[in-house]
Design a protein around this ligand. Structure first.
Ligand code: SF4
Ligand code: SF4
Length: 377
């Protein structure tokens, strides 16, 4: 008998995914594999209403992401409204489109913070992984961000193809004057799952990367804070995904679908509401999509009787679906999961030669793969 989900507090984080359009083609992109079939985007006035409703609900942080949010020519209008409402605003960008003029306009609109992604510290790997010539542009954008006085977060997704460059990546971020560096190990959903055999690092590579990071932290102290987001595949432990389903994060996809996390739309049997049809308050507190996996009442064994269940809430529902084909299963990264062998086998294979080529995020690949969904492993 499952208990009613707990009444949540407000969503503190509102993530506005303004568009799935993006000029880059990252092999680990977290956008849906079928993004090319999802071209519908909310209008400016819809976003402004969503911002107002989110703030009235209690949201205090507003992330503006995509795709590439700078492809929306109403970004300044959206930022201005978010700032007027009192959000702390954060732009998550590849840098493409952030000219000095646009940066000045966003600063004037009240943007608080910019997170700039790099794919690597070398031009060759950065440009290869994104399938674009963007390394030079990103370097210029980093200077533009500093010129505007924004605190700068550099974000680098880490995987087998760049993990040996961690030392150079940290040195690059420090030289660019970043206040924060996020070394985010790849999460294996969407495009990253398609490329998992090429991207998953070995345990030895991870240990080395963590040691290099620790040495830099010691050297730099508070001059640059370095976050190393460890990969759950290698830890044998599930993570409290999005800090708990429907507990803190509210994502709005480009077409207005409201989600507890940006990948949850893949889960079968769940109807997620759309902000065009319902207000955020009703969506957050009352919708089936947000309530289904709140708390612990939905759990099956082994989670249901596990003494860790309040700490990790059974891990990630998308990962459970992708690896165990059951969104209510124990996250297979947990060594207590009956499907943990699938994760252990992938880790054991890491580093072995892979015959198939990388699949780049691209509209033609999206259209080809879209019918296959997210390709459960
Ligand atoms: S991960 Fe790369 S391709 Fe995907 S939205 Fe971000 S910059 Fe674009
Ligand atoms: S069995 Fe479930 S609750 Fe227990 S540690 Fe694993 S994921 Fe967490």
């Amino acid at each position: 008998m499952s208990a009613a989900p707990p009444r949540p507090g407000p969503p503190l984080w509102l993530l506005a995914e303004l568009t799935y359009r993006c000029p880059l083609h990252c092999v680990f992109c977290y956008n849906p594999v079928d993004f090319a079939q999802q071209q519908d985007e909310l209008r400016t006035e819809d976003w402004l209403r969503v911002l107002r409703e989110g703030r009235a609900l209690g949201a205090v942080q507003c992330g503006l992401s995509g795709g590439e949010p700078l492809l929306r020519d109403d970004l300044e209008v959206i930022v201005a409204e978010a700032a007027r409402l009192g959000y702390y605003t954060n732009l998550l960008t590849s840098g493409v489109g952030l000219t000095a003029e646009r940066a000045a306009a966003l600063k004037a609109a009240g943007l608080d913070h910019v997170q700039l992604s790099f794919q690597d510290s070398t031009r060759e790997m950065n440009d290869f992984l994104s399938h674009t010539k963007t390394f030079g542009l990103k370097s210029r954008v980093a200077a533009i961000i500093k010129d505007q006085g924004w605190p700068m977060v550099l974000n680098v997704v880490v995987h087998r193809l760049n993990i040996a460059h961690i030392d150079r990546i940290i040195a690059m971020a420090h030289a660019m004057g970043a206040e924060y560096l996020e070394l985010a190990n790849t999460q294996y959903y969407s495009w990253a799952l398609l490329n998992r055999d090429q991207l998953l690092p070995t345990a030895a590579q991870l240990r080395e990367a963590e040691a290099v990071t620790a040495a830099w932290r010691e050297r730099l102290g508070d001059a640059m804070r370095i976050f190393f987001v460890a990969p759950d595949y290698h830890e044998g432990q599930a993570k409290k995904c999005v800090n708990g389903w429907g507990s803190m994060f509210l994502t709005v996809a480009p077409d207005g679908t409201a989600l507890p996390c940006h990948t949850a739309k893949m889960l079968p049997g769940l109807a997620f509401p759309n902000v065009r049809e319902q207000g955020l308050r009703e969506i957050w507190f009352d919708s089936e999509g947000f309530n289904r996996y709140r708390g612990t009442g939905w759990m099956q064994e082994p989670c249901a009787s596990c003494d860790q269940r309040e700490q990790d809430l059974g891990g990630c529902r998308c990962q459970a679906f992708l690896l165990a084909q059951d969104p209510a299963a124990t996250d297979p990264v947990c060594r207590k999961s009956p499907q943990h062998a699938r994760v252990a086998e992938a880790v054991a294979r890491a580093g072995a030669p892979v015959a198939q080529p990388l699949v780049f995020r691209a509209p033609e690949n999206s259209r080809r793969l879209g019918a296959q969904g997210t390709a459960p492993a």
